[in-house]
Design a protein around this ligand. Structure first.
Ligand code: PEP
Ligand code: MG
Length: 578
């Protein structure tokens, strides 16, 4: 048995078989010509076998997409499937291998890159978009040739990886993930946030082994690779941070007991369902949920979320080769709103950028993407992308209680520009005679600039929601993705807390509610302080709602900043339908 440790990023206890995900095909090796140890015939046969496996994988994905995700995603996989039969692509790869001196995977990636570049130059938009599909299928074939683990899970498993990208995490079948143990990662990386949203036990910064032997094994040094752990069994205690590879019977029994205790505590918390979050001194705090995908709503209802305080809409854009269409987004937003049945659903408009990357917006590589072209900046510079999303939100707002908010605001001018695009969208929908409603418009306060200007900004919007993950990053000049910064990235930093106090005070002075949707909202040490500051709504991962509500109900803290004469309420937003 190998015993390891890491930091808990989502509490829970689990055990099962390991699926070890290696790094993505494209980054795994050089795709230039290489000295191959295998003959041309052997390389050809590796390619042909991988091609068949890729076809079977895509057939399975088409079936899955048709039943769970939707027809549009299925159509994309169907295009991928057709491409795998396209002689232009396959013959080119075979010819390249036959020329010799190149491995099957390198030849596949090289042809993929060349053909994608040709497609990207075409005038026809539809054909242009196929560039990403070609890259996608050739990466898939290359991954299979290299024997790298498919990200499509066959049975319920604990995922082990160096780190996961948000796009990889959204591609996993959540019903088959028992837990995650990652070598790297930070509490506020989007992979961690996604795991918490899905309520899946997660350990980060785990000292994974370089070798396993009869005595247990040896932890990999920083520059050493982790040995292949696929197929081994693991027990994970993501409450203490301990994990055990190939646990002995006694350890497994202890883990099962700990899991029973954890589950009992959870049952006790479920008793709080239906009770409001009101402190002992009478301050009401709405306990909302953060979600990333439509399916997360089930967790929100199970945990009695009073609304959705943050729908990270950009996750709809990840892990695919083209952006979701207006119709696809409309269906997703309308489904969330109708499932929430009149409760507030706050959709955060596109927040792509930094660690949430997509190829199809053709954004240039950046040295410092966290401070680069991201979020509202993309929407204001490429308004056609923004408009597609806004149209979907306005149309869905006619089906439920939808509000929306803009991320990464730094000044009033940006809010005015965004609202002007909203007004254009409204005019267009009205002219078309479409069914729509005008949602409440709020902003995220997640830059120090917006926090400092919050008094002025509050006069122009309907609500604030503080993104403490980014607010901490930008206030303390600490990259939230950098695991080496340790306590320097400190959301309890005096400056962050002072900004939070000012934001709530400025919101209330203008008669609008203020919430927090960053990870800090769930911090048990700060619930009293947030009540004192007067926050009206705290939005946390679904699994954290009831514990938060319990702390609010037990809190003796006195609120010094009650929202008097509110101009807007998040509890009962009146819909103006058109
Ligand atoms: C935040 O920055 O606190 C936030 C809620 O947004 P995200 O974590 O998605 O950047
Ligand atoms: Mg943010």
């Amino acid at each position: 048995m190998y015993q390891g440790r890491g930091r808990c990023a989502c509490a829970g206890i689990t055990y099962g078989k390991i699926v070890h995900i290696k790094s993505a095909a494209d980054s795994a090796s050089d795709n230039s010509a290489c000295q191959c140890a295998l003959s041309v015939e052997e390389e050809l046969s590796r390619f042909e076998q991988a091609l068949e496996v890729a076809k079977a994988e895509i057939d399975e994905l088409i079936e899955k997409a048709q039943s769970d995700i939707g027809a549009e995603q299925a159509e994309i996989f169907e295009i991928h499937r057709m491409m795998l039969d396209d002689p232009d692509i396959c013959d080119n790869i075979s010819d390249r291998i036959k020329q010799g001196g190149i491995s099957a995977d390198a030849a596949t990636l090289a042809v993929g890159a060349e053909q994608a570049a040709e497609f990207a130059q075409l005038d026809d938009d539809y054909m242009k978009e196929r560039a990403a599909d070609i890259k996608d299928i050739t990466s898939r074939i290359a991954r299979i040739i290299r024997g790298e683990q498919s990200i499509t899970l066959i049975e319920s498993s604990v995922i082990i990886a160096d780190d996961l990208q948000p796009s990889q995490t959204v591609a996993l079948d959540r019903n088959k993930i028992l837990g995650f143990v990652l070598r790297h990662g930070t509490q506020n990386s989007h992979a961690s946030i996604l795991a918490r949203t899905m309520n899946i036990p997660l350990i980060i910064n785990a000292n994974l082994p370089s070798t396993l032997d009869a005595d247990g094994g040896k932890a990999a040094a920083a520059d050493e690779a982790v040995c292949d752990l696929s197929g081994h069994s693991i027990a994970v205690n993501a409450v203490t941070g301990d994990y055990y590879i190939d646990p002995d019977t006694e350890t497994l029994e202890q883990i099962k007991l700990a899991k029973d205790k954890f589950d009992q505590e959870r049952m006790r918390q479920l008793g709080l369902c239906g009770l409001p979050g009101v402190s002992k001194q009478g301050h009401r705090v709405l306990t909302f949920a953060n979600i990333g995908q439509v399916d997360d709503v089930e967790q929100v209802l199970e945990n009695d979320g009073e609304g959705i305080g943050l729908f990270r809409s950009e996750f709809l854009y990840l892990g695919r080769s083209e952006p979701p269409s207006e119709e696809e987004q409309f269906k997703a937003y309308a489904k969330v709103a109708s499932t929430m049945n009149g409760k507030t659903v706050i959709i955060r408009t596109l927040d792509i950028g930094a660690d949430k990357k997509v190829d199809y917006f053709n954004l240039p590589a950046e040295e410092n993407p966290a401070m680069g072209m991201r979020a509202l900046r993309i929407c204001l510079t490429q308004p056609e992308i923004f408009k597609t999303q806004l149209r979907a939100i306005y149309r869905a707002a006619a089906r439920g209680n939808i509000a929306m908010m803009f991320p990464m605001v730094t000044r009033l001018k940006e809010v005015e520009q965004a609202k002007a695009i909203c007004a254009e969208v409204e005019t267009e929908l009205k002219q078309e005679g479409a069914e729509y409603a005008v949602p409440k418009i709020g902003i995220m306060i997640e830059t120090p600039a917006a926090a400092i200007l919050s008094g002025e900004l509050a006069k122009h919007v309907d609500f604030f929601s503080v993104g403490t993950n980014d607010l901490t990053q930008y206030t303390t000049a600490c990259d939230r993705q950098n695991q080496n910064l340790g306590d320097f990235y400190d959301p309890h930093h005096e400056a962050v807390l002072e900004l939070l106090r000012q934001i709530a005070a400025n919101a209330h002075a203008a008669g609008i509610p203020a919430g927090i949707c960053g990870e800090l909202a769930a911090d048990p040490e700060l619930t009293d302080l947030f009540i004192e500051m007067g926050f009206d709504e705290l939005s946390v991962s679904p699994g954290a709602i009831l514990a938060l509500r319990e702390r609010i109900r037990n809190s003796e803290a006195a609120c010094h900043n009650e929202l008097q004469n509110p101009r807007v309420s998040l509890e009962a937003v009146k819909l103006k339908r058109h």
